[in-house]
Design a protein around this ligand. Structure first.
Ligand code: GLU
Ligand code: ZN
Length: 287
């Protein structure tokens, strides 16, 4: 196995823009510099938003940028069985419960606590107030077509670790970043691991996929860094190896605003149509 295996994992829900190009080029260059592997993963788990036409355009844009990948791209839509098995395992261990709350229910419950406390936000938005936590008998059959949340307290008991750490590599220097277990309760809470509208979730699939692709180095944007503690906890729960992480700077527009996925003006395809070269794109993202 290569010492360095990284990946680019776009969601085919829109065009690749400059931010994606930076992420893909950076990971690709890092792999090529050390003779490692660069893999692709199409994060099309959300079938309501993913389109194969966007997937085709991703391959096309990456190829135009001069990026090559070392194996057949993995598509999350082909891996639903593995996600399901992991969910069943977590269910059988009593770590999940079904949640029927709407966004509005959660907002109402979260903003009606003790006087003077502000609702807390985590990597997935409002910290879940726990409304459904004890509604279902944990010995019940696996609930189909319902949102499933991780009972964070039970999960922490199950792994019995006082802190969750990972290695963050930046400018070639390794830093160990840790979060105490008790902070996971207030800063993360009971996150959704399987959605009502599709089986699984970003957090679940990303850890299973990185493990199954043998990823040693995850290169991705700083916007996802707050979710990394969730991923470390899930790796512990599922007995998976934690890779090294490199959360890179985000590409901003001239006003310092982060580029949105919907910002078609920054789409790679738009620059191509305007006659820009792959070298121009590298220059624009500071590579
Ligand atoms: N699919 C995610 C995105 O498009 C990437 C997630 C990751 O790299 O872990 O932002
Ligand atoms: Zn609920």
């Amino acid at each position: 196995m290569a010492d360095f295996i990284t990946r680019f994992a776009p969601s085919p829900t829109g065009p690749l823009h400059l931010g994606h190009a930076y992420s893909a080029l950076l990971a690709h260059d890092m792999a090529r510099a050390v003779g490692g592997k660069f893999l692709l993963r199409i994060e099309d788990i959300d079938s309501t938003r993913s389109r194969t036409s966007w997937e085709e355009q991703i391959y096309d844009d990456l190829t135009w940028l001069g990026i090559t990948w070392d194996d057949t791209p993995v598509r999350q839509s082909d891996r639903l069985l593995e996600y399901k098995q992991a969910l069943h395992t977590l269910w059988d261990r009593g770590l999940l419960y079904p949640c029927t709350c709407t966004r509005r229910d959660i907002a109402a419950a979260a903003s009606a606590p003790q006087e003077g406390t502000e609702p807390a936000y985590g990597p997935d938005g409002l910290i879940y107030p726990g409304t459904c936590r004890t509604k279902t008998d944990s010995r019940a059959a696996f609930p189909e077509h319902q949102a499933l949340r991780l009972d964070i307290r039970k999960a922490l008991d199950a792994v019995d670790q006082s802190e969750f750490c990972y290695t963050e590599q930046s400018s070639g220097i390794d830093k160990t970043l840790c979060i105490p277990a008790q902070d996971m309760v207030k800063d993360v809470g009971d996150i959704v691991l399987s959605r009502r509208d599709f089986l699984g979730s970003y957090h679940l699939s990303v850890v299973l996929d990185d493990a199954s692709q043998g990823i040693t180095h995850v290169v991705r944007g700083k916007d996802i860094q707050p979710a990394t503690h969730i991923h470390i906890l899930l790796q512990s729960l599922l007995g998976l190896t934690t890779p090294t992480y490199h959360h890179h700077r985000l590409i901003r527009d001239e006003n310092g605003k982060r580029l949105a996925k919907r910002d078609d003006a920054r789409a790679i395809a738009t620059y191509r149509a305007e006659g820009k070269t792959p070298g121009d794109i590298r220059h624009m993202v500071g590579l």
